[in-house]
Design a binder for this molecule. Structure first.
Ligand SMILES: Cc1cc2nc3c(=O)[nH]c(=O)nc-3n(C[C@H](O)[C@H](O)[C@H](O)COP(=O)(O)OP(=O)(O)OC[C@H]3O[C@@H](n4cnc5c(N)ncnc54)[C@H](O)[C@@H]3O)c2cc1C
Length: 375
């Protein structure tokens, strides 16, 4: 217990990607860092996702943070050997309404960020040359990481370089440089709290004030046919109605209406139909449902619907499902980021939208620089 009284420069609560990105940058600055987590390895949102670093689709206002995040992923990959590839994202347009949004996006952001493709080109890029697409787009700045590798490997790398990890330790209160846990008190000059969707367990009033709730997402992993390229990231029409960079475009309402007519079931389960790959196969999802205390059940109809639509874009006739899971992340109706400094030594940071992998290293910079952003 004596070791707990030692005064570190920085304690981070949470070993998800946000806590680890903050630890990585603080370690680079030469600070002594301790990470405390209730689990015995990263198992939160950060391993449950697509590993899609979707910088380009984020809102205009957050692009500087997205750019810092991109630099952070590249730096972390160079230092630690985690896979972070500059693959870009492909988006097939199968209707005129989808293509119109892509045209507007290309016009708005320019060719460095958005390149329009013919239907044939996008089909070939997805490994499905027969895809009846009207056209498509490639977002070359986007990146891919492996969600099952990134956080665990980053944690192991940090641990190997002297960052202290206190696993299986439940934090019950944080105030003014004191972290109270079920294994005693810890002290630091500064404390950063990154508890993800469990924010309410530590700061219930803040969570209620910001309308933080849990979003659950139906996901699956299927076998990957050899013709599908490695490093794949595919968004689709429903994605164009979710990410703020696309929804701000003039063609977005017409696409929303067209999807409601053409794909009512996808719209009904609040889908963002997308696919990425990892060495074990293709990650397919996702639906969105919101609750304070979600039930754990996966709706087979929803899982099957997502599988059916995604595999039809990729020309996979008989998908072989290897795993299914119900992912969880923090969500809020009113903001994409809770970044609070309740006292001089404490920062609380939760990404309240499904973009925490993308922005993690950028938000980590804001945390350490004492800055803020609203979006
Ligand atoms: C299915 C799915 C798909 C997604 N796809 C993408 C994507 O492609 N791109 C993207 O950018 N984002 C995506 N996201 C969102 C992204 O995964 C999250 O935004 C991000 O991982 C959040 O990271 P985090 O570190 O804040 O939280 P987490 O990874 O959940 O980590 C929080 C940690 O805090 C610990 N903790 C909490 N409370 C306490 C406590 N009191 N004491 C001790 N420890 C505590 C937990 O044990 C946990 O380890 C997706 C999410 C899901 C679920």
């Amino acid at each position: 217990m004596m070791g707990n009284m030692e005064n570190r420069d920085l304690i981070i609560v949470g070993s998800g990607i946000l806590g680890l990105a903050t630890a990585f940058l603080a370690h680079q600055q030469g600070r002594t860092v301790c990470i405390i987590d209730r689990s015995d390895h990263p198992v939160g949102s950060s391993i449950q996702n697509f590993g899609h670093a979707c910088f380009t689709g984020q809102a205009d206002i957050i692009q500087p943070v997205a750019e810092m995040a991109r630099e952070g992923w590249l730096q972390a990959a160079a230092a630690t050997g985690i896979w972070a590839a500059e693959t870009g994202t492909y988006i097939p347009a199968v209707t005129e309404a989808e293509l119109q949004v892509l045209r507007e996006f290309a016009e708005h952001r320019g060719g460095g960020q958005v390149q329009l493709l013919s239907g044939e080109e996008v089909g070939r890029a997805l490994g499905n040359p027969g895809l009846p697409a009207l056209g498509g787009a490639w977002l070359p700045r986007d990146m891919r990481v492996n969600p099952r590798e990134a956080a665990p490997k980053l944690a192991a790398w940090l641990e190997g370089r002297g960052v202290e990890f206190r696993w299986k330790t439940q934090v019950t209160a944080v105030e003014d440089g004191v972290v109270v846990t079920n294994r005693g008190e810890f002290h630091a000059a500064e404390v950063v709290v990154c508890p993800g969707y469990e924010l309410g367990g530590l700061f219930p009033e803040l969570a209620e004030d910001r309308g933080v709730r849990v979003c659950t997402l139906a996901m699956s992993l299927i076998e990957k046919p050899a013709r599908i390229p490695d490093g794949l990231a595919m968004l689709s029409g429903t994605s164009l109605t979710r990410y703020d960079g696309f929804t701000a475009l003039p063609g977005a309402p017409a696409l929303r209406a067209e999807l409601a007519e053409r794909e009512p079931e996808l719209v009904g389960c609040v889908a963002n139909l997308m696919v990425t790959d990892i060495p074990e196969g293709l990650l397919i999802g996702d639906s969105h449902a919101y609750a304070h205390s979600p039930e754990p059940f996966i709706d087979e109809g929803v899982a099957q619907l997502l599988l059916d639509r995604a595999t039809s874009l990729l020309g996979i006739e008989r998908p072989v499902v290897k795993q299914r899971w119900l992912g969880r992340y923090a969500d809020s109706v009113s903001t994409n980021l809770v970044l609070e400094r309740p006292d001089e030594k404490t920062t609380i940071a939760v990404v309240t939208s499904g973009i925490g992998m993308t922005l993690s290293f950028g938000i980590a910079r804001l945390i350490l620089d004492g800055e803020s952003v609203q979006f």
